[in-house]
Write a protein that binds this ligand. Structure first.
Ligand SMILES: *Cc1c(COP(=O)(O)O)cnc(C)c1O
Length: 393
């Protein structure tokens, strides 16, 4: 059945689900089998050589994992999808499969911390030429792309200051230069943003975050044109960063409520951002849904919702943060984001702990910044919680 002609909420529930299931089970079975048996040797050979659909060995593909890949593929409007053990598995396999000695990747200063490590520490070991630009300097990015580029790697909104990158404009520049555009769509989710429709060639997710949505499973997914996805799949199959059936099941189950969660999180984050913006003890609020955000116009053009993550800084610096955060009731003070429960933490001790104060300043990250990933709790309870904690300062 072709689910691409249905709405996202319908596809989230139905896409990829295999029927008939054993005994008419109405949920996808968790197929833990490592290998798949054949009685007909010709059929086995055809599946093993890719001439027929089927399963051979779970490092390559697995029926439960395939259900998740199908859901993300349909929501991103892609021809093909493949999955990985983690989001970083998706990112590293994609970059290592597409790049090599003498190739050039152009990207942003504000990519996810692990991605940034790949650019600065690991890819250069393999003679890959890496150029990182100021995240919102689109003129400079265009110049660097035109100077010769094999892969343009983007992320938007960025972590933790929610900068917005113009996907359409930069993907067009990459196309002119013969480069492949890859977008990390983790923060936006396919409910709020579809990079392939904006001209990107590949889109990837840390499925650990919003897609799974419950902080109980790790995974990554890559989608795009079949030829490109296959190239990365062939690398992952040998590299071995394969997703297991159990986390795939949990993520696919989480995805059935993706739109419900994202709609709630979009609305709550906007309400909370507006509340914080007006609060005298808050020095700055970063949320692309605020019309004062420098990327608001681009966000409005390329997103249908502004997402569930915001960040804000407090008057009183890091000392105020240390006092404020433990006072909150409905928050896990933890890394990660995109869960049903609200999660918060200072980039100074989480995502950007390895940088110096000076490096954080260069990225525009105040020492008193708090990243706040809004859960699905009642927004009035979250507002009361924030209000009480701010009053205690
Ligand atoms: C968490 C995250 C990743 C890495 O995903 P893991 O599943 O933790 O490996 C990549 N990109 C972004 C934007 C993330 O938030």
């Amino acid at each position: 059945m072709d689910f691409s002609k249905y709405q996202k909420s319908t596809a989230s529930v139905w896409a990829g689900e295999t029927e008939p299931t054993a005994d008419g089970a109405v949920t996808t079975p968790i197929v833990r089998s490592v290998a798949f048996a054949y009685t007909d040797l010709d059929e086995w050979h055809n599946v093993a050589t890719g001439k027929a659909d089927g399963y051979i060995y779970s490092r390559n593909t697995n029926p439960t994992v395939h259900v998740l890949e199908e859901k993300v593929r349909i929501l991103e409007g892609a021809e093909a999808a493949t999955s990985f053990a983690t989001g970083m598995g998706a990112i590293s396999n994609t970059l290592f499969a597409l790049l090599g000695p003498g190739k050039r990747v152009v990207s942003l200063n504000d990519t996810y911390g692990g991605t940034s490590r790949l650019f600065l520490d690991f890819l250069p070991r393999y003679q890959v030429n890496v150029t990182l630009c100021d995240t919102t300097d689109f003129d400079r990015l265009e110049t660097e792309i035109a100077a010769g580029c094999d892969v343009l790697y983007l992320e938007t909104p960025t972590n933790p200051t929610l900068k917005i990158v113009d996907i359409k404009r930069l993907a067009a520049a990459a196309k002119n230069a013969g480069a492949i555009t890859v977008v990390d769509n983790t923060f936006a989710t396919p409910i709020n943003q579809n990079p392939l429709a904006l001209g990107a060639d590949l889109v990837l997710h840390s499925a650990t975050k919003f897609l799974g949505g419950h902080s109980d499973a790790m995974g990554g997914v890559l989608c795009g044109a079949k030829k490109l996805v296959e190239k990365v799949f062939q690398f992952r199959e040998i590299n071995g960063a394969s997703l297991q059936a159990d986390p795939a099941y949990l993520i696919a189950r989480g995805m059935k409520t993706l739109e419900l969660r994202i709609d709630r999180q979009n609305a709550s984050a906007l309400t909370i951002a507006r509340y914080l913006k007006a609060h005298p003890k808050v020095s700055d609020v970063f949320y692309p849904g605020l019309d004062t955000h420098p990327g608001h116009a681009i966000a409005k053009a390329q997103m249908t919702g502004f997402g569930g993550i915001l960040s804000f800084s407090l008057n009183g610096g890091y000392e105020a943060v240390k006092k404020f955060l433990p006072t909150l009731q409905f928050v896990h003070l933890a890394a990660s984001l995109g869960s049903v429960s609200t999660l918060a933490g200072p980039p100074r001790t989480t995502s950007h702990v390895e940088l110096t104060e000076d490096q954080r300043r260069q990225l525009g990250i105040p020492e008193s910044l708090i990243r706040y990933s809004v859960g699905i709790e009642n927004v009035d309870d979250l507002l009361t919680d924030l209000d009480t904690a701010l009053a205690s300062l």
